[in-house]
Write a protein that binds this ligand. Structure first.
Ligand SMILES: Cc1ncc(COP(=O)(O)O)c(C=O)c1O
Length: 395
């Protein structure tokens, strides 16, 4: 007789991974022969720019790159990251000590709690929020404590509302602006307030800036590290995924506090063996020469955003135009839950949207649409929404 494999508690504590569940429903609908318009997962549909692919091709032919990569990334990649930061945010980073390449920012985010969190320590997490903040915390034996992001507070956590008893046990806080899923942006004044708060309470801030480059109407989101004193208390995560349409390549980086970077590098050196070097060279190319490509993409997203937001508004839906990210975060019409309206979109209109509650309790009452499909497809989605009905109370 074989024994029964039992999942560890750290796994059973987790809710089903949101996107896996949506994928399953999507596959089911497709298997039934339905034409599905996917506004669910935020994965750019536009290909990686050819010059980045060419650099991968070149570097992949060099046998030097076929071996284990350096854990800390190529020195040239770390320099390219520091140069990019300087140019984009006017922040000076030491490429040796304050920069760390990652196998995608998700990898670094999920491993980050292993650096400073002991069993029972609290990690403050935005709710709604990107799911790995919570799973990474649980894997490290930490206790997630959720900071509600509400519309009344412009989807910024109210630091004054955090229970002092919780603060005593808090080691880390995750933040994410421009925000997934709410698309909210944070003013620098909020980052300022957070730095002071972190200093006072001894909390390491982990700011996820994966969407810092996807912004509209001329707005340029700030880096957390631009704020005075930030480097004393914070580490920031960036991704090449969204900026250069490289989600499948798995390359991102962390920057900021040297000790936090050192600890994350230590964790990683026990888990992975770096990023394929040819991809690192492609990343260098992207960081040094990719800006015009990003600007082109932004124009495309901006147009799609306008089509979706204007179209939904014309149909009577209450949606706001995001200043950044490729998400539209919309309130659910009265009479529905997030899950019910998402199911209605899928069943009545063949459209995948993401129910807000999948991002946490405070996401209930909202749903998220990603503008990662061509504008003709968005127009088609709007036609279907029109047929589906106005939504407001039309259960
Ligand atoms: C808020 C946020 N952070 C990080 C990531 C991860 O990006 P990557 O691991 O591709 O760098 C995502 C991806 O969807 C995200 O939405």
């Amino acid at each position: 007789m074989t024994f029964k494999i039992q999942a560890a508690e750290r796994l059973t504590q987790l809710p089903p991974y949101l996107f896996a569940e949506i994928d399953r429903l999507k596959r089911e609908a497709r298997a039934q022969g339905k034409d599905i318009i996917d506004l669910g997962v935020g994965d750019p549909d536009i290909p990686t720019p050819p010059m980045i692919i060419q650099e991968l091709e070149r570097a992949s032919r060099d046998p030097q790159n076929h071996r284990y990569a350096l854990d800390q990334g190529l020195p040239e990649l770390r320099r390219a990251i520091a140069e990019w930061y300087k140019k984009r945010f006017s922040v000076t980073l030491d490429p040796e000590k304050e920069v760390l390449p990652l196998i995608g920012s998700k990898e670094g985010i999920a491993h980050m709690p292993l650096t400073v969190v002991n069993a029972g320590d609290v990690v403050l997490i935005p709710d709604p929020g990107y799911p790995p903040y919570r799973s990474g915390t649980l894997f490290a034996g930490g206790v997630p404590s959720f900071m509600p992001l509400t519309e009344e507070n412009a989807f910024l956590p109210d630091l004054k509302e955090i229970d002092p008893a919780v603060l005593k046990k808090t080691k880390m806080m995750f933040l994410n602006y421009p925000n997934n899923p709410t698309a909210a942006c944070a003013p620098k004044a909020f980052f300022d307030e957070t730095v002071k708060f972190a200093e006072k309470h001894g909390i390491l801030i982990c700011h996820d800036a994966a969407y810092s480059e996807i912004s509209f109407d001329g707005y340029r989101p700030p880096s957390f590290l631009e704020v005075k004193g930030a480097k004393e208390v914070a580490i920031e995560f960036h991704s090449l995924s969204k900026t250069f349409n490289m989600t499948g390549w798995r390359i991102g980086f962390a920057a900021g506090n040297a000790e936090a970077i050192r600890l994350l590098a230590k964790v990683k050196s026990n888990i992975d063996s770096g990023i394929f070097q040819a991809i690192q060279y492609a990343g260098i190319k992207a960081l040094r020469e990719g800006e015009p490509e990003t600007l082109k993409n932004i124009k495309i997203y901006e147009e799609r955003r306008n089509v979706l937001v204007d179209g939904m508004k014309n149909l009577g839906w209450n949606v706001r135009s995001p200043q950044a990210t490729f998400y539209v975060w919309a309130p659910v019409p009265p009479g529905y839950t997030s899950a019910e309206i998402s199911m209605k979109f899928l069943q009545d209109a063949g459209i995948v949207v993401t129910p807000g509650n999948g991002f946490g309790m405070n996401g209930e009452g909202y749903f998220r649409m990603a503008i990662t499909v061509p504008k003709e497809r968005i127009q088609q989605a709007l036609d279907r929404v029109k047929k589906m009905g106005h939504g407001q109370g039309a259960k």
